[in-house]
Design a protein around this ligand. Structure first.
Ligand SMILES: *Cc1c(COP(=O)(O)O)cnc(C)c1O
Length: 350
């Protein structure tokens, strides 16, 4: 338990007072057959109707997969939308702040800036783990949210569960654990902590392991109270009907998802091993995700070399603490082979 946590004190005043937009589909329940309530075009083409604003069918399927009740889920146009909703629900512009553990995913800071919220940076320790003392020293009565990204992007590692739990116990605001890459670390999710910690919000996404980055579907798991607040402020039709239909279709093939995750994990192992034999690779960081962070002798030069070959990696070397680091996603076996071939050619320069 976190004894200082009171949700009511965190919700923005205007959000508390807000009368949510009530859509035609919100107001209707029962069995209709003639829908002339929403000014839609009545001629069927598959997308002429507004989508279900609460995505009930999709949530039902996600409940089967995740073991979490639909009342504890908020779906967004990518988890990026859920991040933005959290800012808008809990952070008073030009007054509140959030704590992030750097280096980490860039969207937290962008969403904070868009919403005029101060960012407090608590650098990760030398093993890229959150520094609890630093987080607590930095936070004050206006610290509404703490972002923990586990496995972290771009450092690739999981955070120690003990530290996450410790922060859940002592941080005065909402603790958001972004598990975008959790499918690549089976058994490591903190979803099972949801009941015990009402200040916990977990973000997952269909963009990575589930191979649906293009349809934009993110999932927030939280207490029913937090979900209610987010539902009040979300755009009513934030997850479009093509996305809902496609997600349902692809979520049906759990075997394919599991096979691809396994394949990616094996190929990650192969690529790691290959990288370890290259003289200019100074460090391969431990990874719990579908990418590898490495430190090389000259990140910019390697980046440009691979670019010439048509291979695009992510240069992260401008980030404090990640000097000369690049991030490489695990591709198909064929793509990985092409990468290795080019990496080897580059090696012959040294
Ligand atoms: C890719 C990623 C996401 C996913 O965002 P979507 O909007 O769901 O595509 C979220 N968090 C982190 C840390 C990521 O790297």
């Amino acid at each position: 338990m976190n004894t200082t946590f009171t949700l009511d004190n965190l919700i923005r005043q205007n959000v508390k007072q807000l009368v949510p937009y009530s859509s035609a589909r919100d107001e209707f329940s029962g069995n209709g057959s003639v829908f002339i309530d929403a000014n839609e075009n009545p001629y069927e083409n598959g997308v002429n109707r507004y989508p279900d604003p609460l995505q009930n069918q999709l949530k039902k399927r996600l409940t089967q997969l995740k073991g979490v009740s639909p009342t504890r889920m908020i779906l967004g146009n990518g988890s990026d939308e859920v991040i933005d909703l959290l800012f808008r629900a809990f952070c008073e512009p030009n007054k509140d702040n959030v704590v992030i553990c750097t280096p980490t995913y860039g969207m937290y800071e962008v969403a904070a800036n868009v919403n005029a919220i101060e960012i407090k940076e608590a650098p990760l320790d030398k093993d890229f783990q959150p520094n609890i003392d630093l987080v607590m020293d930095l936070s004050d009565e206006n610290s509404k949210m703490l972002f923990l990204c586990s496995p972290n992007n771009p450092t690739a590692n999981l955070y120690d569960e003990d530290r996450i739990v410790q922060l859940l116990k002592v941080f005065p605001g909402i603790v958001i654990v972004d598990e975008a890459y959790i499918d690549f670390a089976p058994g490591k999710s903190v979803l099972d902590k949801l009941e015990e910690y009402p200040n916990l919000v977990i973000l997952q996404t269909l963009s990575k392991a589930w191979a649906m980055a293009g349809i934009r579907l993110g999932i927030g798991f939280a207490s029913e109270e937090i979900v209610k607040v987010l539902n009040r402020i979300k755009p009513p039709y934030n997850v479009n009907s093509l996305t809902q239909t496609k997600a349902l279709e692809l979520l049906d093939d759990e075997a394919r998802y599991l096979n691809q995750v396994n394949e990616i994990l094996q190929d990650r192992q192969v690529l790691s091993k290959y990288l370890s034999g290259l003289s200019y690779v100074e460090k391969i960081y431990p990874t719990d995700a579908n990418f590898i962070l490495i430190k090389v002798n000259d990140a910019k030069e390697l980046y440009n070399y691979l670019l010439e070959k048509g291979i695009i990696i992510r240069d992260r070397s401008k980030i404090v603490g990640l000097e000369n680091c690049v991030r490489i996603s695990i591709g198909t076996q064929e793509e990985n082979k092409l990468l290795c071939k080019s990496l080897n050619e580059y090696n012959s320069k040294f």
